[in-house]
Design a protein around this ligand. Structure first.
Ligand code: KIV
Length: 266
């Protein structure tokens, strides 16, 4: 019998940074994709609230509910054997006070059986991060562009207030976060923040100076139906492959090629 693959833990993220090893994180929202992403050997799998846009076809991440996040997280959690599974806390599940934040994160860990939560914020969420960590819940912070604040930020823009970015990341570390996502900030700012922190920075649109990288899996696979940001590298074009396969099925049925003898019971 082959040995069970070892599960990556939150503290190991920090150890990877200390060892100079880049960390890879990708999103998953369903069982087959979670298995593939896990088998690819990434360290982290994020059940992102991006599922609101990617899977539910919403305009932004705000509408997804805690129950919906838990539903997807439970499915992903069952599929993954190796990576650390991190679940986004949806808006506003951690904005209604520390008590409510612990209740929401507690539900995520108990009901999905995943391993960590992510929330958007730095200095402004220091108290919440510290309370969750005290409750034994590993927290990944998310600074820079915070998609849940899209209306306040006036759109999905590069965030350039370097003083605030550094203060946010440092506050998250001081509060006990095990990692911090840096979204859509200059590569210079991200590299400087990464040098200042002991915990790893996981960049998305933040350049190569981060300690790791995260992308929305459907974006890199060319499967996203809407806008794909500049910071995404497309590794394949699944949308075109799927579209031609679906049209081939339609044509085969119409022409009588499918089902063939090999697809038929006698
Ligand atoms: O929701 C998400 O998928 C995210 C990543 C893009 C970092 O927050």
């Amino acid at each position: 019998m082959s040995p069970r693959p070892k599960r990556i833990t939150a503290p190991e993220f920090t150890a990877l940074k200390a060892a100079g090893q880049k960390i890879t994180v990708l999103t998953a929202y369903d069982y087959p994709m979670a298995r593939l992403v896990d088998e690819a050997g990434v360290e982290g799998i994020l059940v992102g609230d991006s599922l609101a846009m990617v899977v539910q076809g919403r305009e932004n991440t705000l509408p997804v509910t805690l129950d919906q996040m838990i539903y997807h997280a439970e499915i992903v959690g069952r599929a993954v054997q190796h990576a650390l599974v991190i679940v986004d806390m949806p808006f506003p599940s951690y904005h209604l006070g520390v008590h409510k934040a612990i209740e929401s994160a507690g539900r995520i860990l108990k009901e999905s059986r995943c391993h960590a939560v992510k929330l958007e914020g730095g200095a402004d969420q220091e108290e919440v991060i510290a309370a969750l960590v005290t409750a034994g819940i590993p927290v990944m912070a998310h600074c820079g562009l915070r998609p849940q604040s899209v209306h306040q930020l006036g759109g999905y823009k590069v965030q350039r207030d370097q003083e605030r970015l550094l203060a946010d990341a440092k506050a998250a570390e001081a509060a006990g976060a095990f990692a911090v996502v840096l979204e859509c900030i200059s590569s210079t700012a991200a590299a400087a923040i990464s040098k200042e922190l002991r915990i790893p920075t996981i960049g998305i649109g933040a350049g190569a100076g981060c300690d790791g990288q995260v992308l929305v899996t459907y974006d890199l696979l060319g499967f996203t139906s809407g806008y794909v940001p500049k910071f995404v590298k497309g590794y394949t074009d699944l949308k075109s492959s799927i579209a031609s396969a679906l049209k081939a099925f339609r044509d085969d049925v119409r022409s009588g090629k499918f089902p063939g003898a090999e697809n038929t019971f006698q």
